[in-house]
Write a protein that binds this ligand. Structure first.
Ligand code: TRP
Length: 354
């Protein structure tokens, strides 16, 4: 018994010594291949080596979907299923929901005093997202969401943040906040580092950035037939009219996809395309096969977890609890460092005599 407990404690201590990772997604809908190569693939690989926290960022959903909140719960479930189906594992990692952790809101409040308006207005990702959202005006919460994202990362005092290229600006903002906080109040936070995915941007099927709502994405949950239809509709080399015209792989979207899904055949495809010896239809057909065989094991896992909803429920319940414990500890340290614990005023003995 003594030996057992000692061993267990040692194992736990080892677990706690692992460096921490935090990353996640907004619940705006199903995740796509862009997410996979930008981030999900990395997450799966990192789960053994690091203590991973994965957040469903539902506050961030509000930035540009304020009037669609009836979709949030369904979207959260979809994101969780996508995670499970690519091999993110709640047995190894911690899954949690942003709005269930009040400490994130508290940290956001403190941090918001440490970031200037001009700094927020310079964030290129926020600008791009605002343009894409086509909203009449930017809310305070939209402009400030990188601060809330910093709180997501720092609430568990994470060291590493695996993200797609578009989120690098937010990690930079988080680093500045951590440094500013530590500079004023003393070392509380690690200064986290970004870890960029392998292929920062797999373009959408139209050549623009792959997006959930722009109709140019292949979703991880797409059926084989949906994949075929989407790829067949995709834009290739616009200068090519006939299958026998000489192609230009460097300006072809589908070529980029071959690069991601069909690396072995890329040199051959490139040569045949340049010589006009393979047409776009045949080239696309090859890609459809590759994408579908890539997605097949993901589809199987999804079906497994879809049939077992309790697994998801349990994963999130446990994850939220763990982050709440971590968050309480972080906020305790923060309040103490900021002299916001008010020990004299609120603790110890006092009398109500008189
Ligand atoms: N902004 C991320 C996205 O665009 C989601 C996110 C929220 C996130 N909080 C995070 C990513 C913290 C990394 C770390 O999907």
């Amino acid at each position: 018994m003594g030996f057992y407990n000692k061993t267990l404690n040692r194992l736990k201590a080892m677990g706690n010594m692992k460096k921490r990772i935090l990353t996640g997604d907004r619940p705006t809908g199903p995740l796509h291949l862009g997410h996979y190569f930008g981030s999900l693939e990395n997450r799966v690989r990192l789960q053994d080596e690091y203590d991973c926290f994965f957040i469903v960022a539902d506050y961030q959903f509000l930035t540009d979907h304020l009037k669609e909140t009836e979709q949030t719960e369904r979207n959260i479930r979809h994101v969780l299923l996508d995670w499970l189906s690519v091999g993110m594992d709640p047995g190894k990692s911690t899954f949690f929901i942003q709005s269930k952790i009040p400490e994130i809101a508290e940290l956001t409040m403190y941090f918001s005093m440490m970031v200037t308006l001009a700094r927020l207005q310079r964030n290129p990702t926020v600008k791009e997202e605002f343009r894409a959202a086509r909203l009449p005006a930017m809310s305070y919460g939209f402009l400030g969401y990188p601060i809330s994202q910093a709180a997501d990362i720092l609430v568990v005092r994470s060291h590493l943040v695996p993200v797609g290229e578009d989120n690098i600006a937010h990690v930079e903002q988080t680093r500045e906040i951590a440094r500013t906080f530590n500079g004023i109040f003393g070392e509380v936070f690690p200064v986290p580092e970004a870890l960029a995915g392998n292929i920062p941007r797999l373009p959408g099927l139209d050549g623009y950035k792959m997006g959930k709502s722009t109709g140019n994405a292949i979703f991880l949950s797409d059926t084989p037939e949906e994949v075929r239809q989407k790829v067949n509709m995709a834009i290739t080399d616009p200068t090519r009219i006939r299958a026998t015209d000489k192609g230009h792989p460097d300006i072809c979207n589908i070529y980029k996809y071959h690069y991601a899904f069909n690396k072995e055949e890329v040199p051959d495809i490139e040569k045949r395309c340049r010589q006009g010896k393979i047409g776009c239809v045949a080239c696309k057909e090859m890609l459809v096969e590759k994408v579908n065989s890539f997605l097949e094991p993901i589809r199987e896992k999804r079906a497994f977890f879809e049939a077992r909803p309790l697994i998801i429920k349990e994963a999130v319940r446990e994850g939220n609890e763990r982050v709440l414990r971590e968050g309480k500890e972080t906020v305790r340290l923060v309040r103490e460092a900021m002299h916001f614990d008010y020990k004299d005023l609120l603790e110890g003995e006092y009398s109500v005599a008189g």
